[in-house]
Write a protein that binds this ligand. Structure first.
Ligand SMILES: CC(=O)N[C@H]1[C@@H](OP(=O)(O)OP(=O)(O)OC[C@H]2O[C@@H](n3ccc(=O)[nH]c3=O)[C@H](O)[C@@H]2O)O[C@H](CO)[C@@H](O)[C@@H]1O[C@H](C)C(=O)N[C@@H](C)C(=O)N[C@H](CCC(=O)O)C(=O)O
Ligand SMILES: Nc1ncnc2c1ncn2[C@@H]1O[C@H](COP(=O)(O)OP(=O)(O)OP(=O)(O)O)[C@@H](O)[C@H]1O
Ligand SMILES: N[C@H](CCC[C@H](N)C(=O)O)C(=O)O
Ligand SMILES: [Mg+2]
Length: 488
């Protein structure tokens, strides 16, 4: 694509060099630069991309987009100075990949918990209806059943637009994606056109990044400036209510609320039945009263199912197909996943890594557990430290025994992270043990479990690795549980 055409409409401070060039690729990483590419230099959280301009040029970049004024390093290279490289990146990527989100029906899901679960439910319904889906999220990206590994829940703008254009190429009907607050704050999704936006809930997480709840909320709220067909908002959540008020003032896009407690919601779940096998409920809305069931337990499954049903109703999927797809929905990987252990006790792996997620999953187990709950969990390093004691208190409140261990310690000292959890658990009467090595902690739980106990291994869900200070090791909890049981 011609450079002049590519930058048309982009807010530029100044430029040096020729704009009459053919661009073959764009990237934000000097290491990925190839012949005739644009390198976008961004200030990062670890390093400053501007320092890598020489190596980008060495690797084939013929145009540099940057925020700083750069002296000409090499003749023949074009330098374009912009105010914000991340914004420029998003806008360039959309133009380079030819506006893919406008050729798909995009469904964006934001909120602290439930995004991955809901994206799976929506995908299952739409595929059951015969549509082709593409999914972007924490577990990875998919086009149909083909899996593409991903580093972030919501990719960088260039990676996102590239993947969306691949969806277009492969004739996908619906692009379903988790939209993290980081991606909204850092302009990764800027310019994406979402047909439908979903808000699940807002509870404590990521305060390391956002600093305040207000900033976290405002980041999530940005998604609803990007929708054109419908907004679906949890009306039981205080921040959802706030969002509903905000969106009502705008009266731009039809907005639907859903809930269990708030009778003002457009869609209400009633007659909720919860067992260890799943939930069933009657969904009431205008001209609607239908019963649904889904084989994933927990009151949060009612909320997750409701959003998927509302999306499907808006898309005019026949009710019979929605019901069938939900009834057949397999466990979402690492979300309340009951492991087939053939033991007198049960083992559940769940991705709960926030206070709210942990409380929900433990309350759900408490509602059916016939004997003790043994919880194995820790907290991630280089992440919100203030959630640690809260998770400790929740773990202690709803469990009969906690084994505190490492999650992904990243660059922090694992025992220091556990120290941060302790004041919370010590507020409760729950006995606990500290076993820093996560495999040893799981082993101890399996050794201690008795008939009808439930072991919850929380925090890492689908992850098949553990991030330690100097290395990432393979760590697949499902496999580890099975291996430990075979060795026992
Ligand atoms: C805080 C954050 O979002 N960081 C993301 C960001 O990293 P960064 O800004 O620190 O990048 P950096 O390492 O300082 O590098 C700056 C620039 O120099 C470039 N560079 C660097 C080295 C080099 O040799 N050459 C070069 O060009 C880099 O490509 C980059 O453009 O850009 C990286 C490249 O895309 C991301 O991988 C990284 O995500 C990190 C791994 C991360 O942990 N992010 C989390 C917090 C996150 O975004 N999470 C949300 C989900 C949250 C949830 O749902 O709960 C998500 O959407 O994934
Ligand atoms: N609607 C919900 N409300 C509260 N908790 C939920 C909900 N759905 C799932 N959970 C709990 O939170 C955990 C994370 O769920 P899920 O992976 O779907 O959320 P997410 O929003 O994608 O998280 P992440 O921000 O890490 O991508 C689950 O393992 C479960 O314990
Ligand atoms: N998307 C979340 C996932 C946390 C998962 C947990 N296992 C951890 O590593 O803290 C994050 O990046 O904060
Ligand atoms: Mg997710």
């Amino acid at each position: 694509m011609n450079l002049k055409h590519l930058i048309d409409g982009i807010d530029i401070i100044s430029y040096k060099g020729s704009l009459d060039k053919e661009i073959l690729e764009i990237t934000y990483d000097s290491r990925k630069c190839s012949k005739n590419c644009i390198y976008i230099a961004r200030k990062g959280f670890q390093v400053d991309g501007h320092d890598y301009i020489p190596s980008a040029i060495k690797n084939g970049a013929i145009c540099i987009i940057c925020e700083k004024e750069i002296p000409i390093l090499k003749e023949g290279i074009t330098y374009i100075q912009v105010k914000d490289s991340k914004i420029a990146q998003a806008e360039l990527a959309i133009r380079f990949y030819d506006h893919p989100s406008e050729k798909l029906k995009m469904i964006g899901i934001t909120g602290t918990n439930g995004k991955t679960s809901i994206s799976f439910l929506i995908g299952n319904i739409l595929r059951q209806w015969g549509k082709k889906t593409g999914t972007i999220g924490t577990i990875g990206n998919y086009i149909g059943n083909s899996f593409y590994k991903a580093n972030n829940t919501t990719p960088e703008a260039i990676d996102l637009q590239k993947f969306l254009s691949e969806m277009v190429k492969q004739k996908v009907d619906y692009g379903i994606m988790e939209v993290s607050s980081h991606s909204l704050a850092l302009n990764r999704v800027r310019g994406v056109k979402y047909a439908i936006g979903i808000f699940t809930n807002l509870s404590q997480d990521h305060l390391d990044f956002h600093k305040t709840y207000e900033d976290y909320f405002q980041a999530k709220a940005k998604l609803f400036d990007m929708t054109y067909k419908a907004n679906i908002i949890n009306g039981d959540d205080p921040y959802g209510e706030r969002l509903l008020r905000k969106l009502k003032d705008k009266e731009k896009v039809p907005t639907y609320s859903y809930g269990i407690k708030n009778n003002n919601c457009d869609f209400l779940a009633k007659d909720i039945q919860i067992t260890h096998k799943g939930v069933s409920f009657i969904l009431e809305g205008e001209n609607l009263q239908e019963d649904f069931s889904i084989g994933i337990p927990g009151i949060f499954s009612v909320y997750n199912a409701m959003t998927a049903i509302i999306v499907a109703l808006l898309e005019k999927v026949p009710i019979s197909i929605i019901k069938e797809a939900l009834e057949k929905t397999p466990a979402v990987p690492g979300r309340f996943e009951v492991i087939n252990t053939h033991t007198p006790y049960s083992v559940i792996i769940d991705y709960a890594h926030t206070p709210d997620g942990l409380e929900n999953v433990l309350k759900t187990i408490r509602s059916f557990a016939k004997n003790r709950i043994i919880s194995v969990f820790g907290c991630g390093g280089n992440r919100d430290k203030t959630k640690r004691p809260i998770m400790g208190e929740i773990g202690g409140t709803y469990s009969d025994l906690c084994i505190l261990t490492s999650d992904n310690p990243r660059n922090e000292d694992p025992l220091t992270i556990i120290q941060d959890i302790l004041p919370g658990i010590q507020k409760t009467n729950c006995p606990y043990q500290v076993i820093e090595n996560r495999k040893e902690a799981i082993k101890r739980a399996l050794e201690m479990a008795q008939k009808d106990d439930v072991i919850l291994i929380a925090g890492k869900g689908h992850e098949t690795y553990q991030i330690l200070k100097d290395k990432t090791i393979s760590f697949d909890e499902k496999k580890i549980v099975k291996e430990l049981l075979e060795q026992a």
